[in-house]
Design a protein around this ligand. Sequence first.
Ligand SMILES: [Fe+2]
Ligand SMILES: [Fe+2]
Length: 398
Amino acid sequence: MNPPIRFLHELSRALAASSLYGEQHPARRKAVQTSYDALQLLLAEDEDPSFSFLGRDVVYGYDALRELKDWEWSERFAAMGVQRIEIVGDVSQEDFTIFIEDVHARLVASTTGGSANGGASNGSAPAGVPALATSRQMSIRFGAIGVQGAATGGGVAVPSLPDVPISLEEESEAIGYIHSQVAGEGIVPLVEAEAVVRSLSVALHTDGRLLIPLLRLKSFDQYTTTHSINVSILSMALAEALGHTPRDVRTLGVAGLLHDLGKVRVPPEILSKSGSLSPEERELLERHPTDGARIILNSDRKLTLPAAVAFEHHIMINGGGYPHRHFSRDCHHASTIVHVCDVYDALYTDRPYRAAWPSAKALHYIERRADREFDTAVATAFIALMRKNERHLEAASN
Ligand SMILES: [Fe+2]
Ligand SMILES: [Fe+2]
């Protein structure tokens, strides 16, 4: 059994033993010790392991653990508001014991209908419990990332469409950090970018089904952050709807997140201008796909797909758009996915030069341009996905 799977098995045993035996019982102490030992084995090969529990799937880092498909504890973790576990750095025995006690308290609350840490556990994060945090130590963090009882209004995120009880403040902060690193160092902090995508993927599968939690813009200076998150979420949802593998879906999530990275080189006054752009300003703006692709490849040469998407996301299926190329060729399929998601989110958002369009109007716009601007199959799948999502959100809000 490989170390991540062994650790999860021993963790579930320790939690089960904690339910069966009193605190000082040897069987309980032994089970906790065995799972701690399994964690040390895991940490020997992976310094910062993370697990996400998505319905019946367990995701370790970037990979779904096929052996744990339909593992009963995956749903149990999610039901107690533990959709994610992250280990950051060394874990002392005492920290680990506290972690087990905290998770066990959640387990008891979720199975008895009581409350742990003052909140009801009903499949999302218990109210009053911060997402992805423990109260006492930071070496093991757990929670329902970015999914909170209610949007607090303190961050950039507000609910979209019919109200969605979701806030992605941590992810928004992480995007701000990523952009500041790119602007300052010219390098994409890939670990943070991948972590954001993982947690957006969790948010996308709240309650074990696909619901698209789009953020609404609160102030224009947050546009790039909000837009990056939304395009990442939409691209993952569309890739999933088109039947791509979980790994490809997350690669699309990274590509969506980084597609406009080149905008860090565009003067902010051009990005926020309310009137039409002069030819010189337009030229500066239209450099962002090339700059973005260059920044991404300079950061990591393996990121060829996100770089291709950054370069191609404004190119239309009929060859129009920009950057201008001397020889027309088909764009990568991933670029056609991100393109449609990019246009939808831009139309659906307030901009300095026009108010947000209603979702139906934005979808109609895409429908009319299928086969000229957008790949027809991709646009059709996107429209169907968004209409279905709206029906689900409406049902959820009633
Ligand atoms: Fe763009
Ligand atoms: Fe964009």
